[in-house]
Design a binder for this molecule. Structure first.
Ligand code: BES
Ligand code: MN
Ligand code: MN
Length: 455
């Protein structure tokens, strides 16, 4: 693979042009009005895979947004790598905070700015480019399958059935995913853990209509006040979640593993500075990396009710609502936690309001072992391009489908992410450094080579 760097250098501008084409398609999976864009993005991927050397690529219908499947099978006797990625993106609001338009990619200060620049169009495209290189130079050392979905950002509701219906087609040795982050641009790392998720919406209803806050205020419970009380009781002064039974299945990590985690090159000072807070806050007795990596958490993602437009309106609202997400650690079960949360939340509701808990989506966490051929191959691949052995670390994010790959297909995943914390995924001004984009592209073919040798 002596020609790898050269190949990337020579095709740099074209790779960027291609990625920009994909980014321009507004494939926001959570929005009904973008349904057509989901098909346009899927079709773009199908054609791109064929151009890059896949023998076959198809847009597969599901109950929701389509999955794109592609393959190049060179030899039955060789191992098979399955690439997973997602072409859907998160909504872009608040628009006014973007310096350039979210779907008009722009390069500034060596970074691509756009929705999906990192998560996951940019990271996914590195695999397309790496595949093109290996095929066109005759250096593909194994079989490759692509499974690119359009519902990751909404909890992959259709991918489970897709896996069950296509078990044979999806036979393979490992699932390779670039949809996570490294600890820093100079700190290559491999994600060895993801958190699970339970995402709920809660509704509190008081009087049968919005009331005059002068005529009724003081005599009738205000649903927003009540909701705030209920929410604030969910976490105690030590940062522990008060939902009954919540910690029952949480595994305490052995001392040695925690000591190893503490050695990860991570600076709480830089972390605080990068997000503009004076102090960190969370569960007592754990470091920041532990609080996101090995401990569960509970957060309000949005809260609304009453009058929120410009100016004043003296109203005592009839309803209050909030979106609440719980991040879970491996061994906690998302369905069980949702049940515990619902029971608890209903049990703390005072009788002067009506409370409903609605489950939106969820999924299980994942831990990836480090003593596997895929981990070793990934480790050597990073070392080759970054000149340093990557550190294993557990991320706080979730990709629920990863545990389903293991349970339905019986295949483990390796999370070779190249994102950086500063990429602002899901936020305004999402970006992806060109250096990570091209380094990722360079690392991937090495993974294939080492993996094929070890298998
Ligand atoms: N790519 C992210 C997950 C991620 C990012 C993991 C960085 C580790 C490091 C993924 O697209 C994502 O945003 N997942 C959602 C879950 C989904 C069910 C909405 C998340 O974590 O909020
Ligand atoms: Mn993603
Ligand atoms: Mn995401």
């Amino acid at each position: 693979m002596h020609d790898l760097k050269d190949y990337i250098e020579k095709n740099r501008d074209r790779f960027l042009e291609e990625l920009f084409e994909l980014i321009k398609i507004e494939s926001i999976s959570s929005r009904e009005d973008h349904k057509d864009d989901m098909y346009r993005a899927a079709e773009w991927i199908r054609e791109s895979l064929l151009r890059k050397g896949a023998d076959k690529a198809e847009v597969c219908e599901t109950e929701g947004h389509p999955v794109v499947y592609g393959e190049k099978l060179v030899d039955k006797k060789l191992p098979t790598v399955i690439i997973y990625g997602h072409y859907d993106v998160q909504p872009v609001e608040p628009l006014e905070l973007w310096k350039s338009k979210p779907f008009e990619p722009e390069i500034r200060d060596g970074k691509i700015y756009a929705r999906g620049a990192d998560d996951d169009k940019g990271q996914m495209f590195m695999h397309f480019a790496a595949f093109e290189y290996m095929v066109s130079t005759g250096q593909l050392p194994c079989n490759v399958k692509f499974m690119i979905e359009g519902e990751e950002e909404i909890g992959s509701p259709s991918l489970g059935s897709f896996l069950k219906e296509n078990r044979e087609k999806l036979a393979g040795d490992v699932i390779l995913v670039s949809d996570t982050a490294m600890l820093g641009a100079e700190t290559p790392s491999i994600t060895t853990g993801l958190r699970g998720l339970s995402f709920c919406e809660v509704h509190v209803t008081g009087p049968n209509r919005d009331l005059h806050s002068g005529l009724y205020g003081g005599a009738v419970a205000n649903p927003i006040n009540i909701l705030c009380d209920m929410i604030s009781s969910l976490i105690d002064k030590d940062g522990k979640i008060t939902v009954k039974g919540f910690y029952d299945d949480v595994e305490e990590l052995p001392k040695e593993e925690r000591e190893m985690m503490a050695r990860a090159p991570f600076s709480e000072e830089d972390y605080k500075e990068s997000i503009g807070v004076k102090a960190l806050h969370g569960e007592k007795g754990y470091s920041a990396l532990e609080r996101t990596g090995i401990r569960p958490s509970l957060d309000v993602n949005g809260i609304w009710g009453g009058y929120t437009q410009k100016g004043a309106k003296t109203v005592l609202p009839s309803e209050a609502h909030a979106k609440i997400s719980m991040r879970l650690v491996p061994n906690q079960n998302s369905e069980k936690i949702t049940r515990l949360f619902r029971d608890h939340f209903l049990s703390i509701a005072p009788d002067y309001v009506k409370v409903d808990v609605e489950f939106l989506h969820g999924g299980e966490g994942y831990v990836s072992p480090v003593n596997t051929p895929e981990y070793q191959a990934a480790s050597k691949a990073y070392e080759k391009t970054y000149g340093m052995k990557p550190v294993p670390y557990r991320s706080g994010g979730s990709i629920p489908i990863i545990s389903m790959f293991e349970h339905i297909l019986g295949i483990k995943s390796i999370l070779m992410g190249f994102g950086l914390e500063s990429d602002a995924i899901h936020s305004p001004n999402e970006n992806y450094p060109l250096s990570q984009f091209f380094k990722g592209m360079e690392t991937i073919p090495h993974f294939y080579k080492f993996f094929a040798e070890m298998k």
